[in-house]
Ligand binder design. Structure first.
Ligand SMILES: [Zn+2]
Length: 208
């Protein structure tokens, strides 16, 4: 099995869901950059204290430091790992390649029209944070939360204009990354449409 995996995919592609399944069904450890940094700071490790000084001054945490944290986590992991949220740029991918071999870059590809449809039809409950989807997971009564009766609303993040902007930012940053891993020969692109299980079958094939 491939041991270090980078997951790529736009917001709404189902990347989070597939990452969860890889971890639950195949024992992969998910390494989220944000979680990792917060944990290191909380534990007061040497790298954590260094990271904190950057975060406190509002500066970006340097790539080498993030990669250092990743290496510590990978050494502790029992099986393979999935890198979540890193690298986001070619510069970060280069820094990573100097210290670590990425075995597979898995790219979940979904058309913009489909992503907009998925993301703009989300409705949230302000009281209990439950999330619904007007087509895939509608509430029993229109506009009302099943769990607590709260009035559902559309988060600003899920409004069409914001969604289109999020996708644009994603494409600009990530397209070069897709080319980068394609040239390295480690890219596998999977169409992120169909049932979660059907997509996961292809994911499983790619990691073997
Ligand atoms: Zn609710």
């Amino acid at each position: 099995m491939k041991s270090v995996i980078v997951l790529l995919g736009p917001p709404g592609s189902g990347k989070g869901t597939q990452g969860e399944k890889l971890s639950e069904e195949l024992g992969y450890t998910r390494l989220s950059t944000g979680d990792m940094l917060r944990e290191a700071v909380r534990n007061g490790t040497e790298l954590g204290m260094k990271a904190k000084s950057y975060m406190d001054s509002g500066a970006l945490v340097p790539n080498d430091l993030i990669i250092g944290l990743m290496k510590e986590k990978i050494a502790q992991a029992k099986g393979g790992v999935i890198l979540d949220g890193f690298p986001r740029t070619v510069e970060q991918a280069d820094a990573l390649a100097q210290q670590l071999d990425v075995d597979l870059a898995l790219n979940l590809d979904v058309d913009d029209d489909e992503l907009i449809n998925r993301l703009t039809k989300r409705r949230s409950c302000p009281q209990c944070n439950a999330v619904y989807h007007l087509i895939y997971n509608p509430p029993k009564a229109e506009g009302v939360c099943d769990k607590c009766g709260g009035a559902l609303y559309q988060r600003d993040d899920d409004k069409e204009e914001t969604v289109m902007n999020r996708l644009k930012v994603y494409r600009e940053n990530t397209m070069p990354l897709i080319d980068y891993y394609e040239k390295k020969g480690t890219l596998v692109t999977i169409k992120g449409v169909g049932s979660i299980d059907d997509i996961f079958k292809q994911v499983e094939k790619a990691v073997q």
